[in-house]
Ligand binder design. Structure first.
Ligand code: PAF
Length: 280
């Protein structure tokens, strides 16, 4: 695996490869890699000649300084895992490489996607995600981009970003299913911060989502949502939101004929976990 730290070196290399007809798949990450990320690397390897992974803990998407400070960094282990899984290129940029001094800060019109759910509780988060992903896509210009469904809203936002920046004919976005621990907890870099007791409690999030999936057709959506809230709060979670939303627009929905997704964000102590399931 070759490690690139300079944006220009990487983009020169990849544009040369593109001219030769070599396809590239890209998996953007903030490191602390787990099986969810590695599944994306393997999908990219199956479908592209070159697989590029980036590791950059992007400061502009953290609306909570503490969360940024405590974001787990496990770079040596990450490099080993990437090599074992056959990743070809790791892009490991400094902050200056991603945000050079002379670069204007862009505003992205996300058509309401950034004001609901995560966007409501984490103002500015999706603008930060767009800033970094826009920059990474411009450097790497992959043929295929791989994201995990665990960050459902992020997948929608990045899909919108690809359209906004006119790359929809050049980059195809693949969203891979959430990878879970045996007890159902969605894999996440933040799980590393859970205490033993918190880790035992955490699968209740997925349990609640499964309860909603089994019951949303036999009770009213409002009722099933209220039960989900009180189940999680009863277990000691501090729930930011538990919503049933239109799976395309992410607007709350009570219409079972809509494509629906159940999405949740809840704190265990100071650690915020998110998860979702598609309902129909
Ligand atoms: O999902 C993540 O790890 C990040 O939000 C991403 C897409 C790498 C952008 O920093």
């Amino acid at each position: 695996m070759t490690v690139y730290k300079k944006a220009k070196d990487l983009s020169d290399y990849l544009s040369d490869q593109k001219k030769k007809g070599v396809s590239a798949g890209f998996v953007p990450t903030m490191g602390a890699l787990h099986q969810g990320h590695l599944a994306l690397i393997r999908s990219s390897k199956n479908e592209n000649r070159i697989t590029v992974c980036s590791i950059f803990v992007n400061p502009t998407q953290f609306n909570n300084a503490d969360d940024f400070r405590h974001y787990p960094v496990t770079i040596e282990k990450d490099i080993e895992a990437l090599i074992t899984n056959g990743c070809d290129i790791l892009f490991l940029p400094s902050e200056k490489e991603i945000y050079p001094d002379n670069q204007a800060v862009k505003e992205y019109d996300l058509d309401g996607l950034e004001t609901v759910l995560e966007g409501h509780f984490r103002p500015g988060h999706f603008q930060g995600v767009c800033q970094v992903v826009d920059r990474l896509l411009n450097i790497i210009m992959p043929d295929r981009l791989y994201l995990g469904q665990k960050d459902y809203q992020q997948c929608k936002v990045i899909n919108k970003l690809i359209e906004l920046t006119g790359k929809q004919n050049n980059i195809s976005l693949t969203i891979e299913p959430t990878i879970r621990e045996e007890d159902g907890l969605a894999m996440s870099s933040r799980n590393l911060r859970l205490s033993v007791e918190q880790r035992e409690l955490a699968p209740a999030i997925f349990e609640t989502l499964l309860f909603v999936k089994s019951n949303f057709l036999n009770r009213s959506i409002l009722q099933v949502k209220a039960e989900a809230y009180s189940f999680l709060e009863g277990k000691g979670f501090n729930v930011d939101y538990f919503e049933i939303a239109n799976a395309d627009t992410l607007a709350p929905s009570t219409n079972i004929n809509d494509p629906l997704v159940a999405v949740v964000a809840a704190y265990i102590g100071t650690i915020r976990l998110i998860d979702n399931v598609i309902l129909n």
